[in-house]
Each structure stands twice: as C-alpha cells, then as structure tokens.
Design a protein around this ligand. Sequence first.
Ligand SMILES: *Cc1c(COP(=O)(O)O)cnc(C)c1O
Length: 427
Amino acid sequence: MSGHVQYTLDYALELDKQDELAPYRNEFYIQSGQIYLDGNSLGLLSKRAEKSLLEVLDTWKQNGIDGWTEGDDPWFYLPEALGGKMAPLVGAKAEEVIVTGSTTSNLHQLVATFYQPTKERNKILADDLAFPTDIYALQSQLKLKGYDPDAYLVKAPSVDGHLLNEEDIIAVMNEDVAVIVLPSILYRSGQILDMERLTKEAHKRGILIGFDLCHSIGSIPHQLSDWGVDFAFWCTYKHLNGGPGAVGGLYVNAKHFGRIPGLTGWFGSRKDKQFDMEHQLTPAEHAGAFQMGTPHLLSMAPLIGSLELFNEAGIKKVRKKSIALNEYMQQLIEHELGSYGFELKSPLNSENRGGHLFLVHPEAARICKALKEEQIIPDFRSPNGIRLAPVALYNSYQDVWLTIQKLKEIMKEEKYKKFENKRGVVA
Ligand SMILES: *Cc1c(COP(=O)(O)O)cnc(C)c1O
C-alpha cells in the first residue's frame, strides 16, 4: 500500500470494496454510528458466538445432567474439542491445547508445573514491561517455593519504557535461570517478540520458556510446536471475541506430556478414569491434564461460534488485513496529526507489531474521552497512552479514516479541553 496512499474518504471506500474479509463485519454486533477500536481489550460479540451460547443454554434446558454427554457439543469433552479448534491459531497439535481457566490461573498452573528450582537454577526471568498480573503470579509462585521475589525474579530491561530488545533479554538468560515467561506481544506498544529466536536461545542455555499470548492469539499466526516453545497461556476475550471473562487457554509442548501438573484437580483426569472417583489421580496424557475443576461452560460456549469464524476466515488472512489496516492508520496519523504532539511508540515496521497502534500524548486521558463522545471507542492506558486497534474481522478502512479525521478535529478545535485529564476506574 505504501507509496501511493491517498488521504480521501473515496480511497478508504475503495479499499473496503477490495477487502475480501469485509463480509465478516456483518457477523458482529456493531452499535450503529459507533467505531469500535478496542477489540484488543474486549472483542465484540458475533452472531455466531451468541448462537452457540444460546445453544449450550438450550442443552441445559432440554437435557439437564445429560448435557455432559449429549447434544452437539457434549460439555464433558468441550474443553478438549475447543482446544483442537484453537490449536491452528497457535500452531500446535490439537492435544497440546486445552481451553481452561484464565490467563492468570493458567500462568499459575504452568509455573507451578515447570518451575522446579534447584540449588543452581532457581530464578525466573520476565521483563520490565510485563502485564502486572503476570508479575504478581510469578512473585507468588517464587514465594510458594520459598524464594524472595525481589532477588529471584529477574526482569529484562526495556530500552525506552515501550520496547524490548531481544539482545537485552538474551543477555540476562543466565545459568541460574530456571524458567522464562515473556509476552508474545507487549500489551502497550504492541511489539512482537521473536518467539522462535528467544526459545532457541533459552534452550541453548537449558532454560524452559513460556509465552503469554493474550495480545497475539487471534491476531497473528504462531508456530509454537515448530519453535519448540515449552508452554503458553492466553485469554479469549480480546481478539478471540469470547466475551467478558471467557475461559482462557493453555498450550503444553507434547515433549512435556506425562509431567505431573503443579496444581492438580479431578478434571485433569484421563476421561475414562475420572468417574472411577479414586483418590489416586490418573492424569490425562495431553494438555487436558492441566485442567483443575469443572469447566465454566457458559463462559466457554461463545468460543464455539467465535472459533468457527476464525477457522473459516483463516488467521493468515486476518493478519494480512490487520497489517494493512494498521499501516493505513499509521500513514493517516503521520499525514493528518503531525503537528498535534502525538508520538507513535509502537514499532514503526508492521512486521514487528501486533494488532494495534500505541500513541502517546500528554492529554491522552481526555482525548480518549472526547473520542468516546464522538462514538469512537479507543483504549486509554495510564498515564498517557492511547491504543487504537482496527480489527480485521469487524473494522473497515472507512472506520480508520473517520477516526483519524475525528481525532484531527478534536485536536484542532481543542474539544478535549472540556474533559478532565484523568482516567476512569476501568481504563
Ligand atoms: C489481558 C491480559 C491479561 C489478563 O489476565 P486475566 O487473567 O485474563 O485477567 C494478562 N496478561 C496480558 C499480557 C494481558 O494482555
């Protein structure tokens, strides 16, 4: 696209006309007159997700207890079945993925399993820009094993508070590190880390490595199995549109099958053994072993419809359009907003960033309020960041064009000044 961008609405409409994913927009509930650019925080509801949720409710209504084994999607097997449907999105074998828990609880489970400190190797390596819950979980896992988090949680430094250099991470992969946990995509700047390279470097040094895929699942393709990543975990309410609090997912490389989960529960049983009700656990021989209790069916049901959409559209096409939308937005920002004090803190090259752009501005909080008043939904990140996520399955080039026009108007007419420059409780 670069080289011959035009800055007119007609050009945006022409791009929409050529967009083969454009029909998917109708699959989603989009409020009339609204432009939703917050799909990396909470994805929108699709009609298919709504339908699959209602179907699961209906099996409860019709079948009662027999819903566990009857109907189109028997509940007892649903975490495994959905794991299989999610596997192509992370580049894993079906049995390496299970739909269970949440980002935070899955991180606890995986670190409880894979962090087995010895006298020589006992540190956990994360990074300075990690999402807080990841750090809290790592701190408590260290404490549970008797290690002081201040001394045993190592954080790779950031160059500028927005980006990480892979070299700087590799430089702190020391002999005393047992496990590394890093994001696939940084939640603020949207930087993609080179998971393949980091995995190779970790393994060279005998360190296990796992990734938090919250911002990458449903946005970019992965090859976790081929890269040899040891474990990964994610939520499903961002790019996967599973709904608020939707059940998360985790991946364990097949080479680790047979490891006893750090946190065991009866739903980690081999399916044919679970109802023998023995006090000796017989764990499942795949990622299913890492489940704990009864699956949260109603928070899982929307994923049946949502994953169908992704598998139909294909993650490669989703990524291709996402790159095009973000590059288009980047070019419009440079052209239209140059004099208004915004700084783009995402990687400038689209190959190195995920599904959103991160703009920094001293008035960010109230600029976001002004955008919302104009029916454009951005995402404010304290203290001064604005994330804008044009999502491949439901945003258009016209959305992007209108957003940047509105943003320019807000800046030019100083429309943000009537708001307080302060974040809301959830932002
Ligand atoms: C959204 C997000 C989380 C949220 O964790 P939950 O357990 O789902 O609340 C964690 N880590 C990252 C990187 C995120 O982006």
